[in-house]
Design a protein around this ligand. Structure first.
Ligand SMILES: C[S@@+](CC[C@H](N)C(=O)[O-])C[C@H]1O[C@@H](n2cnc3c(N)ncnc32)[C@H](O)[C@@H]1O
Length: 241
C-alpha cells in the first residue's frame, strides 16, 4: 500500500525524469558501460536520455526468441540493445512511469523501425503483464528509485517464467550513507537516497523467491564526496526457481 511519503517521492522522481526526457540534465548516469559498437546506429535521443549505471543486456545472456521486460526503460537504450539480441522472434517490453520518457522511447523506436519493441506507461510495482510470461527482466538504475522495493521484487517474480532471469544494474550500498545524504530529497533522483545495502537486496530477493543471487561491482559512485566509496554501481543476477 503506497503511503503519502512514497507518492511524494514518486512525484519528485517523475518530474525530474520528465526534464531528463526533454534534454535538460542527466541524473543517475555513471561512466557508460556500453561499447562504441553497441551504441552505433542508436538515435541521438536514446543516447542523450541514457541515465543508467550499467549495461544490463550485457549480463543478461539474451537468446534469440526471448521475451524481455525492462523496468524503467527511460529513453529506451537498453530495450534497443535487447531487441537486437532477441531478434525478430523475440519481444522487448519497456515500461516506465514517466509519460515523457515513454513518448521519447516510442519516438526513438519509430526511428529505428523496430517491430519487436514496445513501450508502456506503467509502474514496475504493478504491471499489466501476464504472470509467468517473461524470460528475462532487465533494469538500469531504477529499483533504487522505488520507495516500495518489496512490491518491485514481487512483481518481477510474478511475471517471470519458472527459470526466468533477473539481470539488473543498480546502485548498491556497501556501507550505510550518512543520514544527511539520505534525507536530502534531491538525492532520491540522483539514485542515492533509495539505494540499499547488498545484504538488504539479498534478503528482499530471497523473500520474493529468487535464487542464484550474484553481485559484481562496476566501481564506486563517481563523486568527490567522502562517502562515495560506500555506494557502488553493481550488476545483480538472480533466477526464479
Ligand atoms: C535513472 S533513469 C534510467 C532510465 C533507463 N533505464 C536508462 O538506463 O537510461 C530512471 C527511469 O526509471 C523510471 N522510473 C522510476 N521509478 C519507476 C517506477 N516505479 N516504475 C516505472 N518506472 C520508473 C523513471 O521515469 C526514469 O525514466
Amino acid at each position: 500500500m503506497a503511503t503519502t511519503k512514497d507518492q511524494k517521492i514518486k512525484e519528485i522522481v517523475r518530474e525530474r525524469y520528465a526534464e531528463v526526457a526533454s534534454g535538460t540534465g542527466c541524473e543517475c548516469a555513471e561512466t557508460p558501460l556500453y561499447t562504441a559498437d553497441e551504441v552505433q546506429g542508436l538515435p541521438d535521443g536514446a543516447l542523450a536520455a541514457s541515465a543508467g549505471c550499467g549495461n544490463p543486456t550485457a549480463l543478461a545472456s539474451l537468446k534469440p526468441g526471448e521475451t524481455v521486460v525492462d523496468f524503467g526503460s527511460g529513453g529506451g537504450i537498453d530495450c534497443f540493445l535487447a531487441a537486437r539480441a532477441v531478434g525478430p522472434q523475440g519481444r522487448v517490453i519497456g515500461i516506465d512511469m514517466t509519460p515523457d520518457m515513454v513518448d521519447l522511447a516510442k519516438e526513438n523506436a519509430r526511428k529505428l523501425d523496430l517491430a519487436n519493441v514496445e513501450f508502456h506507461l506503467t509502474e514496475m510495482e504493478s504491471t499489466p503483464i501476464q504472470s509467468d510470461s517473461v524470460d528475462v527482466i532487465i533494469s538500469n538504475c531504477v529499483i533504487n528509485l522505488a520507495p516500495d522495493k518489496e512490491a518491485v521484487f514481487n512483481e518481477a517474480f510474478r511475471i517471470l517464467k519458472s527459470g526466468g532471469r533477473f539481470a539488473v544494474s543498480d546502485m548498491v550500498l556497501v556501507e550505510e550513507l550518512p543520514a544527511e545524504v539520505v534525507s536530502d530529497p534531491a538525492n532520491w533522483v540522483s539514485c542515492l537516497s533509495g539505494a540499499e545495502l547488498k545484504s538488504t537486496w539479498v534478503e528482499r530477493l530471497q523473500k520474493a523467491g529468487f535464487t542464484e543471487i550474484e553481485f559484481s561491482s562496476n566501481g564506486a559512485y563517481e563523486s568527490e564526496a567522502s562517502w562515495s566509496s560506500r555506494v557502488h554501481s553493481m550488476s545483480i543476477n538472480a533466477r526464479k526457481g
